[in-house]
Design a protein around this ligand. Structure first.
Ligand code: SOE
Length: 381
């Protein structure tokens, strides 16, 4: 069947622009959505860099003003891969222009912005999704299915970590390409919005809403040179955050994130303990899902390590890749994301996490930030 062309305008050509471009290029080779993304235009701040990106990834054109992408009647879908402080303005304009929207995480700088964005896409009736890509690592998706099947029984604990070490040097600037993540004006928060947002999205997807939080935050390096002003300026982001929480189902949560865990580059982990079984996962070994089932025969009982790469339809996404036992990786979680987004569009359904789902994550992020400042328990939302 002839594919429907979906013209994509990508805004932002950094790390995320690359992961999304790679996904658009590969999705139809491995999945069979009704739509064929066409890389129409890429927009970024520096003309030469936008052109180089367009040439490298096969975009037909490039520009430096995102409004040009919105005004272009040929563009069907806007993909927002810019710093967090620009998400809202672009998304509101794209919704008003009737474009489908994929937005990088976290959705917004705060709940008020996120709510406005969710309302805008709902009023416009456009397809929308937020790029919490780790949901679509096959082992993480399988964990969701096992929980939904009720195999864990009552859940008692959810434990999550996202640890990095790239900002330990005081020479790392704030502001600029990639390091905008250290500039509170561009990022809104530090590890809370950048890393814990992933943990929170995954946790609420697995285990339901978080109702209250108590957080401890720290900014270890108080001043950094700002790449744009050239001046040493106070650092306004959280470098590290630990928080406890309660989930609506009565379970307890315990989360930690930092960019000061020497030796850890992107150690995203979770462990869930239920009455009958436990599940654990670790991004550094992303194919493996650890599973302990108390219902196993006594003499064989122990942690299993499931290599989530089998065919037969029971292990998510893997059927579409190589032969059983062979791996895929980080990049493919974005291919799955686009495949599901396109399938949702074809069916006239929204693929999760939608802007509305991301508002719930934003509420937890805001509550964690507030609790970190006040030292008090904060009710979510
Ligand atoms: C930051 O280093 C970062 O790139 C995040 O922005 C991503 O969301 C995360 O997946 C990996 O780390």
């Amino acid at each position: 069947m002839a594919k429907k062309q979906l013209n994509v305008g990508l805004i932002g050509y950094g790390f995320m622009g690359r992961t999304h471009s790679n996904a658009y290029r590969n999705v139809n080779a491995f999945f069979d959505p009704e739509y064929q993304p066409v890389l129409k235009t890429v927009c970024g701040l520096v003309e030469g860099e936008a052109k180089a990106f367009a040439d490298n990834w096969g975009y037909e054109s490039h520009c430096t003003d995102w409004r040009q992408v919105i005004d272009d009647k040929n563009i069907d879908m806007v993909d927002i891969c810019v710093p967090n402080n620009v998400h809202s303005e672009i998304a509101l304009a794209a919704a008003a222009a009737g474009k489908a929207i994929l937005c990088e995480k976290p959705l917004a700088l705060n709940v008020a912005q996120a709510e406005e964005m969710a309302k805008a896409v709902e009023d416009a009736g456009v397809a929308n999704m937020v790029s919490f890509n780790y949901r679509r690592v096959p082992a993480v998706t399988l964990a969701k299915r096992l929980i939904e099947e009720g195999r864990l029984g009552k859940i008692f604990h959810y434990r999550g970590q996202f640890l990095q070490d790239w900002t330990i040097s005081s020479n790392v600037p704030q502001g600029g390409m990639a390091t905008w993540r250290l500039d509170v004006k561009a990022a809104g928060s530090g590890v809370i919005g950048d890393l814990l947002a992933h943990s929170i999205d995954t946790a609420m997807w697995h285990n339901g809403p978080i109702t209250k939080v108590n957080a401890l935050t720290e900014t270890f390096i108080k001043e950094r040179m700002h790449a744009e002003t050239g001046k040493v300026e106070p650092v306004g982001i959280d470098d590290a955050c630990t928080f406890f929480c309660r989930f609506g189902n009565g379970s307890l949560g315990n989360f930690e994130s930092t960019r000061y865990a020497r030796g850890h580059k992107a150690l995203f982990t979770f462990e869930i303990n239920g009455e009958n079984a436990s599940i654990a996962w670790d991004l550094h070994d992303l194919h493996r899902l650890s599973w302990f089932d108390h219902n196993d025969e006594g003499k064989l009982r122990g942690w299993r390590s499931i290599h989530v790469s089998d065919h037969g339809g029971e292990q998510p996404y893997m059927e579409n890749w190589w032969v059983p036992g062979l791996q895929i990786g980080y990049a493919e979680s974005f291919v799955h994301q686009i495949a599901d987004f396109l399938e949702g569009m074809a069916k006239g359904e929204l693929a999760a996490p939608t802007f509305r789902d991301a508002v719930e994550t934003q509420k937890v992020c805001d509550a964690v930030l507030e609790s970190g400042k006040t030292g008090q328990w904060v009710d979510v939302g």
